[in-house]
Design a protein around this ligand. Structure first.
Ligand SMILES: Nc1ncnc2c1ncn2[C@@H]1O[C@H](COP(=O)(O)OP(=O)(O)OP(=O)(O)O)[C@@H](O)[C@H]1O
Length: 437
């Protein structure tokens, strides 16, 4: 079946059935709605490629329906209107509002199919499932802003709790101005490196700049030249590094550590943080001038618990990914869906992803149960406990297992793992070394 999805809005049962059967025959996926209200609801959570809408609907006329959807700033499918009461005035109004076509009844089915086929081959807003951010009003609003932001190479700050999809949003923005990914997109987690390492990573170094600098090295600013530099966890940057970063942004120049010649760099800067930078500025922990430099456009991603509509949409996508990569298919039971909706997801999408991954692996049935989703790894059977083990060995084994688990949930990010464990990064490194992780 073709992957194109049609939203058919038609109250006439004979016309609706005939069209939806014909579209299915032509290998489109067609959802048929008999009222404008039902269609608005569906367009709110499902991405369609085309909407075919009768202008005379029982609850709302097609023109008002279209205006209402446009006001939501969502990325809408191509709209084709049909009516038996066609007037040129109305057609012109709808086309001016952004509709793609207008057909009068009785419909010429071949003309309609040709129009549908040619519109399907044109992407609506260059958003594919991989670059889509969600179906909630909040995420659709952010998504709708991207084409406008992409037109100006200005600094963007993305905020939101850990795991909400800040890097995903940065990449979606990049796909808007560089759809074929021809320009570099370089990421660095500022919280994962010590100050001197971060400086050497960002700006590069000259040969002999410090012990071990056996040859010169280009920094990430240079590697990102002509493209994007994504600075994750910018709030973790030390005050000294903040000064150096500000200078690099303002002057569009960097100097490699240990070198003297400045190098020109032309980059788009996207920064992200889970911290409240404004509050950090007030507390004197983040430079105000740097804050205003990186904060020209601010995009905030709410936590998953505040946009519950996205939970099942994300789950559907993640299970679809699993099912295309694995022969043992997975689906969700209704109680499992409800339990996903009820859970607060402190680790946001990252936690949801890991929860589903774990359940897909552990489940012995196609349908994932609610118990399995939220059940921690089964406790080892009693007999595996060895009485030969000292208490400290047992505690160490538990500590190792717990740290490994947190590292997995945080995709191996040291700063996030340390924060979730409530210890410093240094302390985490020491423990990892001691426990052989
Ligand atoms: N829309 C999405 N669909 C599928 N997976 C997603 C989506 N958004 C985020 N993810 C996944 O969730 C995880 C966390 O996403 P991401 O790294 O973008 O979050 P983040 O906010 O940058 O996290 P952190 O603050 O820890 O750096 C990643 O594994 C990512 O692939």
């Amino acid at each position: 079946m073709s992957t194109y999805r049609i939203c058919l809005i038609e109250d006439d049962p004979i016309m609706g059935e005939a069209l939806s059967d014909r579209f299915e025959l032509e290998d489109y996926h067609c959802d048929w709605f008999k009222t404008g209200g039902a269609a608005i609801l569906a367009l709110g959570h499902t991405k369609y490629d085309i909407a075919i809408c009768d202008i005379q609907l029982p609850d709302i006329n097609g023109e008002d329906l279209f205006k209402q959807l446009k006001a939501s700033e969502a990325c809408l499918p191509h709209f084709i209107f049909t009516t038996g009461y066609g007037t040129i005035d109305r057609a012109v109004r709808l086309l001016k509002l952004g509709a793609q076509d207008y057909l009068t009844k009785p419909l010429d089915i071949h003309a309609l199919l040709n129009t549908v086929q040619s519109l399907c081959s044109r992407s609506v807003c260059s958003v594919t499932r991989d670059t889509m951010l969600g179906v909630s009003a909040a995420m659709r609003h952010v998504e709708a802003l991207l084409p406008r932001i992409a037109k100006n190479p200005t600094s963007v700050l993305i905020t939101g709790e850990s795991g909400v999809g800040k890097e995903r949003l940065a990449r979606a923005l990049r796909s808007q101005y560089d759809p074929e990914h021809k320009m570099p997109f370089v990421t660095v987690n500022c919280g994962a490196l010590t100050e001197s390492l971060l400086e050497a990573e960002l700006f590069g170094y000259a040969k002999g700049a410090f012990t071990g600098a056996l040859r010169e090295k280009r920094g990430l600013f240079e590697l990102a030249n002509g493209g994007t530099l994504f600075l994750d966890e910018i709030g973790e940057m030390s005050p000294a590094m903040q000064v150096k970063l500000l200078r690099a942004i303002q002057e569009r120049q960097i100097v490699r550590v240990g070198a003297e010649t400045p190098l020109h760099v032309d980059i788009r800067l996207i920064c992200a943080t889970h911290q409240d930078l404004k509050q950090m500025v007030e507390a004197g922990k983040f430079r105000e001038d740097l804050y205003y430099r990186i904060h020209v456009i601010h995009l905030h991603i709410p936590p998953l618990r505040e946009r519950k509509e996205d939970i099942l949409w994300l789950t559907g996508n993640l299970l679809e990914d699993w099912n295309t990569q694995n022969s043992d298919l997975r689906t969700l039971s209704k109680p499992a869906e409800q339990s996903l909706l009820n859970y607060p997801w402190p680790g946001n999408i990252r936690e949801l992803k890991h929860c589903l991954e774990r359940s897909c692996i552990l489940s012995q049935q196609t349908e994932l149960s609610a118990e399995l989703l939220f059940d921690d790894a089964p406790a080892p059977p009693e007999e595996t406990y060895s009485t030969q083990e000292s208490l400290s060995e047992y505690i160490q084994a538990c500590e190792k297992k717990y740290i490994n688990n947190c590292l997995r949930i945080n995709d191996g990010h040291i700063a996030e793992t340390a924060a979730s464990l409530g210890i410093s990064r240094k302390n985490l490194w020491e423990k990892m070394k001691k426990l052989g992780i």
